[in-house]
Design a protein around this ligand. Structure first.
Ligand code: HEM
Length: 345
């Protein structure tokens, strides 16, 4: 059931969470008509960051405009024997590399309770340290799909939420938007269970990338990051009783006892699967290739300071991996850039 009351700023509720975390709702015509005067002359990327900020009751100085609450973990990534057949990228050859990982809650609310519906989908950002101070990033969420196929559509979604306060006439802009955008509606209405731990949650790359191996053979794929021990979720009762920081508090103790392991998988499409539209998940029966295992060993001691210095970029790619033409993927570094510039000021 959709509820558009808001916590942070009287805006939306469960829809806001789902929507904000990944970004993507919009409808072109209605959006143009509803454009805000202050948006004149601003790019779609900047407008998305403005509306994300507005919806979270921000700006919140020093924090990300989306996925504001998180923590940083260290570990290693070891490529599998099959990884090099997919890509010539350095971290997919024989040698293990260090990783820095940031787990996060959705929305730009820095105090977003870990057990709130708006904290989902959760995020994972992985930085693989490569030779010669180079690096590459994977930035994924705990839902297999995005609510919009294009940045314009996402902006439309965000604006529709922003315009659907308590005094909005029925049907509200967000109700109209969801009726006209089935993938957005699916994203918002699909139940997103609450994980026991960040270490018991699977994450999905959503956008496609093109992978090329040393023999110059290329194919598209989408990442999946799956806990080796399987996914584990709280019951509704446990979720209601969980503390507002339970995910952030749980991980340091867990890692002191034993490392958390994830499989990095690549889902391969069949002919006809949408490559350039991350709002449409590929069927579950598609082939999964093992790329390797990520082993997380400790939470960094000053996680807040560390994450404020870190800027992830899903298009920071080595030779052997390229972006697809998915317009949401292409837009992400530009949108993130506005948030990064503002939080470093
Ligand atoms: C046009 C679409 C999107 C917009 C406008 C958007 C917007 C943003 C913004 C502004 C940030 C904060 C950046 C920073 O300050 O460092 C962010 C972070 C993030 N986004 Fe997106 N996003 C979009 C698509 C996606 C998609 C498709 C995914 C995953 C599949 C995703 C997952 C994440 C995650 C996990 C973070 C946190 C990264 C970190 O830990 O630093 N986003 N997004």
């Amino acid at each position: 059931m959709l509820n558009f009351r808001c916590m942070a700023h009287g805006w939306s509720a469960s829809v806001m969470a789902a929507v904000l975390s990944t970004g993507a709702f919009f409808h072109s015509d209605a959006n143009a008509q509803d454009a805000k005067p202050e948006a004149a002359g601003k790019s779609v990327n900047e407008q998305m960051v403005d509306t994300l900020t507005q919806l979270s009751g921000g700006p919140h100085k020093g924090f990300r405009a989306n996925h504001a609450k998180g923590l940083i973990v260290k570990g290693t990534f070891s490529p599998s024997a099959s990884a090099a057949s997919i890509s010539a990228a350095p971290h997919l050859q024989k040698t293990s590399v260090p990783v820095t990982v940031r787990f996060s809650n959705s929305t730009g609310v820095p105090t977003m309770p870990d057990n709130d519906a708006n904290s989902k989908p959760h995020g994972i950002a992985i930085r693989f340290q490569l030779p010669d101070a180079a690096f590459t990033d994977i930035v994924s969420i705990s839902y297999n799909g995005f609510p919009a196929a294009t940045p314009e559509e996402f902006l439309g979604l965000l604006n529709a939420i922003a315009q659907s306060g308590d005094d909005a006439a029925k049907p509200t802009p967000i109700e109209k938007f969801l009726e006209a955008h089935p993938q957005a509606k699916l994203f918002v209405t699909t139940p997103k269970p609450t994980p026991v731990s960040f270490a018991t949650q699977a994450f999905y790359g959503v956008n496609s990338f093109k992978f090329t191996n040393a023999k110059n053979v290329s194919q598209f794929g989408r990442y999946q990051i799956v806990p080796v021990g399987g996914e584990k979720f709280l019951t509704t009762e446990q979720n209601a009783k969980a503390s507002a920081n339970y995910l952030m508090d749980e991980l340091p103790g867990r890692l002191k006892k034993r490392p958390a392991k994830f499989r990095l998988l690549l889902q391969l499409p069949k002919e006809g699967d949408a490559i350039d539209n991350g709002s449409i998940a590929w069927p579950k029966d598609r082939q999964l290739v093992e790329l390797g295992t990520m082993t997380l060993t400790s939470v960094v001691s000053d996680s807040l300071a560390a994450q404020q210095k870190l800027d992830f970029n899903p298009l920071e790619l080595p030779d052997g991996i390229e972006a697809s033409a998915d317009p949401v993927l292409i837009a992400r570094p530009g949108a993130y850039g506005h948030s990064i510039k503002r939080r470093h000021q």
